[in-house]
Design a protein around this ligand. Sequence first.
Ligand SMILES: C[S@@+](CC[C@H](N)C(=O)[O-])C[C@H]1O[C@@H](n2cnc3c(N)ncnc32)[C@H](O)[C@@H]1O
Length: 397
Amino acid sequence: MEGEGDSEGYVEQLHREMAYLRERNEDGMLREAGIGIKSVVITSGGTAAGAQEVGAASDASGADVDAGAEQAETMGRGMFALRDFKAGDVILEESPLAIAPRDCVVAQMLHCSQCLRKLAASTAAVACPHCRLDPYCSDRCAAEAWESHHRLLCEAAQADPETTGQALRDFNALCREQARAYPLLIARLIAQLSTDVAKLGADVSLEEALDRPNGLFSHLRHFCSADIEPQGFPPEFSMLDYIFGQTNLASHILSTCAATICFLDPRCVLVDEHFCFWLFTILMRNTFGLWIVEEGEAEGVYTDRREDGVALFLHASYFNHSCTPNVDRCNRHGDKRVAFIACADIKKGEQLFIEYVDTRAMVDERRQELAQRYGFLCSCPKCSVEATAEGTTTTTQ
Ligand SMILES: C[S@@+](CC[C@H](N)C(=O)[O-])C[C@H]1O[C@@H](n2cnc3c(N)ncnc32)[C@H](O)[C@@H]1O
C-alpha cells in the first residue's frame, strides 16, 4: 500500500483502519435503536455482569480498543443498552452483509443460492444461464446475486481454461464437492469487494481501496477487534482442523481461495494463504447460522440448530456471548433478516448478550466449543458456578 513500509502486517493495517472508522462514527443506526458499542474487560471475578466498559463510555462510536488491549482478559467490543428494554422488545433487525448456503444445501441445490428459501418442487428455479450452478428462487434473487458477486465469479469461471479460469473452477468444485459454506462465503465477500472497487474506477486497486472508508473491506476490517492482541498468525490452523477435520484440506482450501482472489484482481498482492486464514478466522467468529422460516412454520428463537446457510451481519457481529443471555436471536418469516429480541428486562448501561452455543449443554462441552470456534474461555456466571461445582479445568487454546 502506498506510503506503508513492508513490515506493517495485515492486523496492524486493520487496527489503523478501525481507528479511522471509529472517528467517522458509523454507528448512527445503532444509536437510534438505543444500542452502543463499547470495549469491555472481564472483571477479576470473571462475571459477565461485571464486564466493564473502558474508553469513551458514553458514546456509541467511542469504543477504545487499545485501552481494552492492555487488560489481561477482554471481550473486545460489545453491545450495550443505551436505554431500558422490556422483555419482548425488538432491539435490532438486520439483513446480512453476505450470505452463503450451507453444505448440503449447496450440494443438493434445494435452496435459493441468494436468499436461502426452499425451492419448492412446483416452482421452476431460475438457474444462472451461464454456469448453471447456482439456483435462484426468482429473477430478483438472480439479479441481486449477479450484481453483488456472481457476475465476477461466473465470468471468471468461464475464463481461459488453461490458466486463470482453472483456479476458480477448482475452487467452485471444492466448495461443492467438499460442501463447505465458508470458502463460498469468502469468495462471495471478495467478489463483492472487487465489484465495489471496480465502481471506484479502473485505476483504483484492491489495495488502494483498503484506505477507503466505505467499501466492504473497511467493514470486514471492523470485525477483527476480538483478536485484540494479535500474536501473528497461529502456527497451526487449529480452528481449521476443527472445522475441516484435516489440515491438508484446510491448507488446500486456503491456497485455492488465495489463487481465486488473486485471479479476481491480479493487481492485489496482499492476498495470500495467510490473508485467507485471517479472513476465515474473522468469518468463523462473526457469522451466524441462518435458517429460513417457511410459510406455516412458527417464527422462533434459534433453538433447533437447523442451518440453511451462514451469514455475516455488520452490526449484529458485536453481540458477545453469555450462557445466560438477555437477548434472543430470531428469524423472520421467509426472510434472511434476523431480529434480536430482549428475553429479560434490560437496564440502560447493561451489556447485551446472545448465546453462541447451546446453553443447555454441559459446561465442559460449552467451553470447548466456545474455545475452539471463538477462541475464548467463557467466564460468565453460569460457567463459573458450574465449572467450580464440577472442578473443570478447561482452558482456551
Ligand atoms: C461475534 S464477535 C463479538 C464482538 C467482539 N467482541 C468484537 O470486539 O469484535 C465474537 C468474539 O468476541 C469475543 N467474545 C464474545 N463473547 C465473549 C465472552 N463471553 N468472553 C470473552 N470473549 C468473548 C471472542 O473473541 C469471540 O471470538
